[in-house]
Design a binder for this molecule. Structure first.
Ligand code: ADP
Ligand code: MG
Length: 345
């Protein structure tokens, strides 16, 4: 009897507890949110201000929607001369180039002309699908090997080239915010920039941060759950939020640089690992590479990372790398087929 009373009392307490402290705002073209453990609620204001200032600063440097950003200056001098850039931007460009090399060009930070051709930049969804000539011209201008980066400057060696860091910049922003917060003594926090998540510490003493992966066919639903280790990052690329409709068809905003066409056949890819910058770039490259090639690339070059793929077909299938199999809890739905990559069914 006494036991029942205690349980009831705890239940009431849980119902009355305030929601965990969280703040959300718009930056870098998406939502940023930051969450703290309940017992750290009084850190919220400084944490929010530090994060916002860092992300607004990065947005100014990286945006292609303003002529005076560092990336726009790099693009304006394509085929003419190198531009001197701040060391952190050069490091980010180097990281992007490394992902291009290790994915054999599935990830390509010089994707700009193709994003333009597919109407993802300016005139969203207008004008129908690009012509064969438009696509050819754009594809010729996309090649990470023509992006030179050293300790002082970067250079796009051909005219018409354009860097677009949309596939890595948000993850970088998340790593930078976490680094800044940690240097100010913030031990426990969850940050999320447009689906690029990273945590420090725990959500409560002795309790890991738990995150949900969204159901790719139904944004109201959850596909599964996962506990993040302290410091861990998780990134998701999906075709369900960002796409254009051209001549009545939906096209994903992730483009296969090898053929110039938006990727078809993949609904979502989620990547977990030690850094958000790499998880972000990997979610894009694995989206392009697909389940088998993507998992092989990950195992070979990024063994500390894990991934979950959802192909764009029904019934819904979840393909997990072996190092995620024990960690990802899929919702109880017999219609979902779960497969561990490389393991016999
Ligand atoms: P989201 O922006 O929804 O988080 P991603 O992280 O996958 O999704 O990034 C998609 C963005 O990456 C596109 O909007 C574009 O800026 C850029 N992009 C598209 N295709 C590629 C590619 N093959 N390689 C590198 N970047 C890409
Ligand atoms: Mg990405």
């Amino acid at each position: 009897m006494k036991y029942a009373v205690v349980i009831l009392f705890c239940g009431l307490l849980a119902a009355c507890r305030p929601p965990p402290p969280q703040r959300t705002f718009l930056v870098m073209g998406t939502f940023f949110s930051v969450q703290l453990p309940r017992h750290r609620a009084d850190y919220m204001e400084p944490v929010k201000v530090l994060s916002a200032n860092k992300l607004y600063e990065l947005e100014q440097q990286l945006t292609i929607f303003r002529d005076d950003s560092d990336i726009s200056r790099l693009n304006q001098t394509a085929g003419t001369e190198p531009v001197e850039l701040p060391p952190p931007i050069l490091r980010l460009l180097t990281a992007a180039r490394r992902h291009a090399e290790l994915s054999a060009g599935a990830f390509d930070p010089t994707i700009g002309p193709l994003m333009q051709a597919w109407r993802f930049r300016g005139g969203l969804g207008s004008g129908g699908i690009p012509t064969e000539q438009e696509l050819q011209a754009a594809a010729e201008a996309v090649d990470y090997r023509n992006l030179m980066v050293d300790e002082r400057a970067a250079f796009l060696t051909r005219p018409g080239m354009a860097v677009d860091l949309g596939g890595i910049a948000k993850g970088y922003g998340v790593d930078e915010v976490c680094r800044l917060l940690a240097s100010h003594g913030v031990a426990d926090v969850l940050v999320n920039l447009g689906g690029n998540i990273r945590v420090l510490g725990e959500s409560a003493p002795g309790k890991p941060w738990r995150v949900a992966v969204r159901h790719p066919f139904d944004p109201q639903r959850t596909l599964g759950w996962l506990a993040l280790q302290p410091g861990e990052a998780m990134a998701t690329s999906g075709n369900y939020e960002q796409f254009v409709k051209l001549d009545g068809e939906r096209y994903s905003h992730i483009i296969d640089p090898r053929n110039g066409w938006p990727v078809a056949g993949m609904a979502g890819v989620t990547v977990l690992g030690p850094a958000a910058t790499d998880a972000d770039a990997l979610s894009t490259s694995l989206f392009v590479l697909g389940v088998e090639e993507g998992a092989a690339m990950l195992a070979r070059h990024f063994p500390g990372y894990a991934a979950l793929f959802v192909p764009d077909r029904r019934p819904l299938e979840v393909h997990l790398t072996a190092n995620l199999a024990e960690r990802f809890v899929v919702i109880d739905d017999p219609a979902i087929k779960v497969r561990v990559i490389g393991r016999a069914p």
